[in-house]
Write a protein that binds this ligand. Structure first.
Ligand code: BGC
Length: 779
């Protein structure tokens, strides 16, 4: 039975625009309820306001799980499933029918401000973890919404940047994680990203939302825009983009009605979208009638276990960790008293309970050593160094403060704040037993790594982070994580470094060479390789066997403690002189082994393990190597397998793609794409609704004045607290949002922005008229 059958055409259209920031509209006479949607993905952010512009941090209390940057290091889809289930239970308890997560965008460069919300630089790992999370959320009866589809790997100009890339890179890297998550997790919804892909907005892309997502991958749920991502509603309905969010602006409803009237848009397209929304709302209502029990104390324990199983031991010279309780431990660094446990932006959770290291171990002396924002403070440093000299083991809690990484803007560099660098340098110089516990949502440069005894990486560990750290430091638990991304030695080692930052359009010149795919092929040493992580135990690998379409090996815990190991399988292609990564992750399995215990692990070897994209998935013929071990840089087992397949030789590429050394040039890139790439010049007279106030400010006084007014209004809404990451994010949501998105954010139909566009293009009359009308409306 079609739930929207009895709705009038205008009602169907209205259903396809939300009611406010978090709900769809209800049509009680037709039996269609409203659907409530809230963020994810590391806990529930059920906003206490119905407007998105309201204080982003005001939300109902919820368990704050480790952020994806850390939970990904668990390499454990079943753990993600447990986390998803718990978040689903909390969402159901709050009447939320759709959880806006997980985020599965590939980490293309360490500077992306939102990397902490994403899993990995590897699409296979990211896809498997996301699928686990989705299964968990949906087992509680709440829908999961996979985001941000697709190629949203930078925050700079996120609302209107164009991700330019070739089809092979798109398929093998940037769509692959979504493909796995959709096929194996079966999410109820997918959120399309803000950006364009090769000039087409994700919301308008039939190729993305229908041809690939629905036809190729079999997705049968609802597509919702990211908040403010809708571009052209007629194209979007044709493309299969169903719901415009946030709602309430009736954005482009007149255009859709006109298109329907003149036959440019088929009514079936609108019917299909309205039906998908109604079906999901009905499904959610039914599921919410049977809410599963929600045990927040158990969720807190799960958050702690997840942090422990994901924590990565990066260094442990002389086995100083776990710490001997008899040692005289000194706690240092502002993060011991105020742990950085989550990221800023739409994923910010108001945690249920939160403890600090200093509070869990009041018996240990504590000194900050630098300012709370990571800035230098000579007095605090002096005190800390003097105490460290006398201490048994100084443990420094360091990393990136909130202001350094946040949704809405990218990081300026990979450097840690000066105050932390100085503290680590000076303390390790006076005490050789210094240990660092690192909290950050993305890799940092660590020129100090050689100077300290041990490093424990905790990512952003969630509300139970401090409890997990105490157990890990003092040996009540063993760190079980492996890095889900490469940590380069220096920012400039990253292939995209010269052309990533500060560019509106994202040119994916490096093609498929993302993360370890680049470092291993180019032979560039990393600080810590993909898949790396030490353990309090040790493991050996043996008995590699390839039988038919499967490979197996034996793994043994040869150390003195029970611990987990993550077995990783990579495939290397035939030949070096080809445009293919040297290693690609094709299987992994996390094992828990008691000391002395061994286990056999086996992996299937299907065609996709060897395939690449060339107008479809093909397997180039030749001798492949299967490599297995506990880290991409340490793969003790290797076997060759012959694959029958097709002759393959990429044509027209420059040599960089077979031998990626140095930076790919614009010319290399144009050859990879097979077409020229140029950016649209911005100038008065030719601005369009897709341009932003910031972009128009260059040559328009009207835009500059508008920017100033908006900035002032925002600063007063933030009561002058303009140094917070939330303010910076909100400011970018205004100045960097295209006019079309501002129309949506306004939440009510308005012609003001159309006339503003006229104004900046040199035709101020309409703008003046609209301003007068707005003033009259307010009076
Ligand atoms: C973010 C999404 C989020 C949405 C609703 C957007 O700005 O990109 O990830 O789900 O806001 O808060």
């Amino acid at each position: 039975m079609d739930p929207v059958k009895s709705l009038r055409l205008e009602e169907k259209l209205s259903l396809c625009d939300g009611a406010d920031a978090w709900h769809t509209k209800s049509f009680p006479e037709a039996g269609i309820p409203s659907l409530t949607m809230n963020d994810g993905p590391h806990g529930l952010r059920k906003s206490l306001d119905s407007s998105e512009v309201a204080d982003i941090n005001r939300s109902v209390p919820a368990t704050c799980f480790p952020t994806a940057v850390l939970s990904a290091c668990s390499w454990d889809p079943s753990l993600l499933e447990e986390i998803g289930r718990a978040i689903g239970e909390e969402a159901a308890a709050e009447g939320v029918g759709l959880l806006l997560g997980p985020g599965v965008n590939v980490k293309r460069n360490p500077l992306c401000g939102r990397n902490f919300e994403y899993f990995s630089e590897d699409p296979y790992l990211a896809g498997k973890l996301a699928a686990g999370f989705i299964r968990g959320v949906q087992s509680a009866g709440v829908g999961a919404c996979l985001k941000h589809f697709a190629c949203n790997s930078q925050e700079y100009k996120r609302f209107n940047s164009d991700s330019v890339l070739d089809e092979r890179t798109l398929r093998e890297i940037y769509l692959r994680a979504f493909e796995i998550a959709v096929k194996e997790g079966k999410p109820d919804a997918v959120m399309c990203a803000y950006n364009k892909i090769n000039g087409v907005h994700c919301s308008d892309s039939k190729k993305l939302l229908t041809d690939i997502l629905r036809r190729e991958w079999g997705f049968d749920g609802m597509v919702v825009t990211d908040w403010g991502a809708m571009n052209d509603r007629v194209l979007a309905l044709k493309a299969g983009c169903d719901l415009n969010m946030p709602g309430g602006s009736a954005y482009q409803e007149e255009e859709v009605l006109r298109a329907l009237k003149i036959g440019e848009l088929e009514p079936e397209a609108l019917d299909r979208s309205a039906s998908r929304i109604a079906l999901l709302a009905l499904k959610a209502r039914k599921a919410l009638e049977e809410r599963p029990p929600c045990d927040r104390a158990a969720h807190h324990r799960l958050a702690k276990r997840a942090a422990i199983e994901s924590a990565v031991l990066l260094k442990n010279r002389g086995g100083i960790l776990p710490l001997d309780p008899k040692l005289d431990v000194l706690l240092l660094g502002p993060m011991a008293r105020e742990l950085r446990y989550q990221g800023a932006g739409s994923s910010h959770i108001n945690p249920c309970q939160l403890h600090q290291i200093t509070e869990l171990r009041p018996d240990l002396p504590y000194l900050p050593g630098c300012a709370a924002d990571g800035g230098k403070d000579a007095g605090l440093l002096r005190e800390a160094v003097a105490a460290a000299k006398k201490a048994g083991v100084p443990v420094i809690f360091a990393g990136l403060p909130d202001a350094f990484e946040c949704e809405g803007f990218d990081r300026d560099s990979m450097k840690m704040p000066e105050g932390y660098l100085e503290l680590i340098d000076r303390v390790s110089a006076v005490n050789p037993h210094t240990v660092v516990v690192l909290m950050c949502g993305s890799p940092v440069e660590m020129p100090w790594a050689g100077k300290v005894r041990a490093i424990l990486y905790m990512g952003l560990p969630g509300e139970a982070g401090a409890e997990a750290i105490v157990d890990l430091l003092f040996g009540k638990a063993s760190p079980g994580g492996r890095l889900a991304e490469t940590w380069p030695l220096r920012e400039k080692d990253c292939v995209s470094a010269p052309y990533y930052s500060g560019r509106k359009d994202a040119h994916y010149r490096e093609g498929v060479y993302v993360g370890y795919r680049y470092y291993t092929k180019a032979g560039i040493e990393a600080r810590y390789s993909f898949g790396f992580g030490l353990s309090y135990s040790s493991f050996t690998y043996s008995d590699l066997r390839v039988e038919g379409d499967a490979v197996s090996c034996r793994v043994k815990n040869t150390g003195r403690v029970d611990a987990s190991e993550t077995v990783q399988l990579y495939v290397s292609p035939p030949g070096d002189d080809v445009y293919r990564p040297e290693l690609e992750l094709r299987g992994f399995k996390k094992l828990f082994l008691r000391r002395g215990e061994s286990a056999v692990v086996s992996f299937p070897l299907d065609d996709r393990c060897f395939a690449l994209w060339q107008d479809g998935w093909i397997v180039p013929a030749g001798e492949y190597r299967i490599r297995i071990g506990g880290c991409s840089a340490d793969l003790p087992l290797c076997a060759s397998v012959l694959r029958e397949g097709v002759e393959w030789k990429p044509e027209g590429l420059t040599d960089w793609y077979a031998h990626p050394v140095g930076t790919p040039t614009h010319i290399d890139f144009e050859r990879l794409l097979g077409r020229p790439v140029c950016e649209r010049p911005l100038k008065k007279g030719s601005y369009i609704m897709d341009d932003t106030i910031d972009e128009m400010s260059g040559d328009s006084l009207v835009a500059r004045m508008t920017a100033r007014v908006m900035q002032k209004k925002l600063a007063s809404a933030f009561r002058g607290k303009t140094d917070s990451p939330e303010y910076r994010m909100a400011l970018s949501s205004v100045l960097d949002a295209p006019l079309r998105s501002l129309k949506i954010f306004l939440g009510r139909p308005s012609r003001l922005l159309d006339s503003l566009l006229d104004g900046v293009n040199g035709r101020p009359t309409a703008l003046l008229r609209e301003l007068l009308r707005e003033r009259a409306r307010k009076d």
